[in-house]
Design a protein around this ligand. Structure first.
Ligand SMILES: Cc1cc2nc3c(=O)[nH]c(=O)nc-3n(C[C@H](O)[C@H](O)[C@H](O)COP(=O)(O)OP(=O)(O)OC[C@H]3O[C@@H](n4cnc5c(N)ncnc54)[C@H](O)[C@@H]3O)c2cc1C
Length: 298
């Protein structure tokens, strides 16, 4: 495996994106910024990440983000691993990354793809064990571990592994994709077990019968699922750059100020909006002193 590091939320997008950012209102008014480097990702095309970024660079960027009041999420990029040795090395990279984040005192956590650890190829129990160790490690430093949602061929398994992790650990969240028709049912199930959800629109090419086809329908479903999160969820993430759901989330937040949630965005996209939301988060925490902090802890 290449020894180069790259960090970012793994996305297959029709557009060019430059990284990941996350913003999170919490009691201290801080927002979280996810770091990552993504480039030229197109549906159906081979995914290529900008490489050459090492861990030190990513940590330095995370610190810069923290200084602006933004928290961070970092990825070690890769997916669809079919070699147990590579799966193991991905796992070790994440162990190092989590430790480095903690040692550097960074306000941040990691987000992993389970296919990086061989999901869909190795036995699920092997993948579970790797994820479990990372969740436990994150727990020891008071941090979250997020699990990305990948293509629909692994949705069910990802959710099964997530549910099993959640039985013993509360510091773990999973992404759900609003473009998938099944996500409404999945969200209900996750709310029943106290799951933490990062809501995204979805970034993979999927069979047309599994997804809402138009952008309008996907956005409508996103807002519908987000309302459920505001009704039943805690510690969830609204991960979008789309103004409509973001504005709706702000309204929902005003009517349920004790709900803990965070906005997440890609690095390099809508940076002004992130800072504006960061400033508003301060206002929220001031006006809502009983609100618990966002999911990022330290
Ligand atoms: C933190 C985070 C984690 C994610 N994790 C996952 C995951 O686990 N699984 C998964 O399938 N997907 C994931 N995604 C990707 C997600 O599914 C979408 O593909 C991606 O966020 C784009 O959709 P959107 O919600 O921003 O809305 P869109 O409808 O795509 O965009 C709305 C508007 O936002 C602005 N915008 C969006 N993208 C860009 C851009 N690249 N450059 C400039 N402006 C832009 C534009 O104004 C656009 O009109 C994640 C996204 C984020 C932010």
């Amino acid at each position: 495996m290449s020894s180069t590091f790259a960090f970012g939320i793994a996305i297959t997008s029709a557009r060019q994106v430059l990284g990941t950012a996350l913003i999170a209102p919490d009691k201290s008014g801080r927002l979280a910024l996810a770091l990552g480097i993504l480039q030229d990702l197109t549906y159906g095309a081979a995914k290529r990440w900008i490489a050459g970024k090492d861990m030190e660079t990513a940590l330095a960027k995370a610190k810069e983000a923290n200084a602006k009041g933004l928290g961070t999420i970092l990825n070690y990029l890769g997916e669809d691993v079919k070699d147990p040795r590579i799966a193991e090395s991905h796992f070790e990279e994440y162990v190092s990354l989590q430790r480095a984040i903690a040692e550097a005192g960074i306000d941040g956590c990691v987000s992993v793809k389970l296919t990086q650890f061989g999901l869909g190829f190795l036995d699920d129990s092997v993948v579970f064990e790797k994820a479990r160790q990372l969740v436990e490690e994150a727990e020891g430093t008071g941090r979250m571990l997020w699990i990305d949602m990948e293509g629909s061929s692994v949705t069910e398994r990802t959710l099964q592994i997530y549910s099993k992790l959640l039985e013993r650990h509360k510091n773990v969240g999973v992404a759900l994709q609003a473009y998938l028709r099944r996500s409404e049912g999945d969200l209900k199930n996750l709310m029943d077990i106290g799951g933490k959800v990062r809501l995204v629109k979805g970034a993979y090419r999927e069979p047309s019968d599994l997804v809402f086809r138009s952008r309008r329908e996907v956005t409508e479903n996103y807002i519908k699922l987000m309302r459920t999160l505001f009704e039943r969820g805690q510690g969830f993430a609204v991960a979008t750059h789309d103004s409509r759901p973001i504005e709706e989330a702000e309204r929902l937040h005003l009517s349920s100020p004790n709900t803990r949630f965070e906005f997440e965005m890609l690095r390099g996209i809508r940076d002004e909006l992130k800072l504006k939301l960061a400033r508003q988060a301060t206002g929220w925490s001031t006006t809502c002193p009983t609100a618990k902090s966002g999911i990022h802890t330290r």
